[in-house]
Design a protein around this ligand. Sequence first.
Ligand code: SF4
Length: 369
Amino acid sequence: MGFYDVYKQWEQKDVDGLLKSVTSDDVLRTLAKTRLHEQDYLTLLAPAAQEHLEAMAQRAHDQTVAQFGKTVVLYTPMYLSNYCVNHCLYCGFNARNNISRKHLDAGEVEEEARRISETGLKHILILTGESRTWASMDYLKTCVAILSRYFTSIAIEIYPLETQEYRELITAGVDAMTLYQETYNEALYDRLHVKGPKKNYRFRLDAPERACEARMRSVNIGALLGLYKGRHESFYTGLHAWYLQKHYPEVDISVSFPRMRPHTGSFNPDYPVDDVNLVQAITALRLFMPRAGITMSTRENAEFRNQILPLGVTRMSAGSTTVVGGHTQKNQDTGQFDISDERTVDQMALSLSSLGYQPVFKDWQAIKA
Ligand code: SF4
């Protein structure tokens, strides 16, 4: 049984009705448990849990410190190419948007790598739009070979691959992948992805599991918050992460909570997630999955990232840009979306230290055969 079957089982249960039926006493009973199950997680995501948010936050903090200490791994994204064949209504890179398209050549990748590595970062996340012409497997392997000389951990956030392709990238030097389902609501997913290979909901949904099968060290998933009801998306994201952790205990499973940001195009989210709901989502996930990593990107502003830090965050981006070549090139073209926290890596590290956290630049080094 794959995760799609788990999703389908829950879809038949009226998740809205279950969320509404949760009482304050149900939440208190759940908070008294030491190990939580799927129904408990749903209870903590319910509207009734908001009056216990302080208790949830305290427990989330304690569990995070017990599992991870007061450490935060830093990384930065590097956009390699914004060519994309998909028409995702909510994205600035979508094939119909009239933006300047760019693709880094090997020399430019090296230049970006050198510049980023001067900040001390050892973890990099490479991103591309979906184009097997402009971001082919051969191109990705070439980029990874260059980046391996500068970074000890290379994560990909690209289009979903077959298991064998994940294996090939792992052999080339990739050790981590991020893939957002965008929305777990299958019907809405179909409407938002107008054209292109991304329309295939199942192929995307199963990609994190294919990466696990390929023995990826670390797999990070999430939903793009704002597209559909936040509680639903958080619930299915957590269930998905829990499914992966249960079936692939050797893989480091983590979750992101990306909220929609302004971008080129006219799409407005129907279900914006406010700060309180985001705090609830993060603390509920931490209580449900004490061992899972939680990533907080520069989509969120500096003040909010500082505040949310103690509640479960284990990885943060810094010195970010969503522009192809944005770490080195002066001509700043259109980014995928606007970022909110513009702190440099140095500023981020200082800020973490001042809050009593240790900024971690390197927590992974592959053993070369
Ligand atoms: S979300 Fe990804 S696949 Fe969709 S248009 Fe943007 S870059 Fe392309």
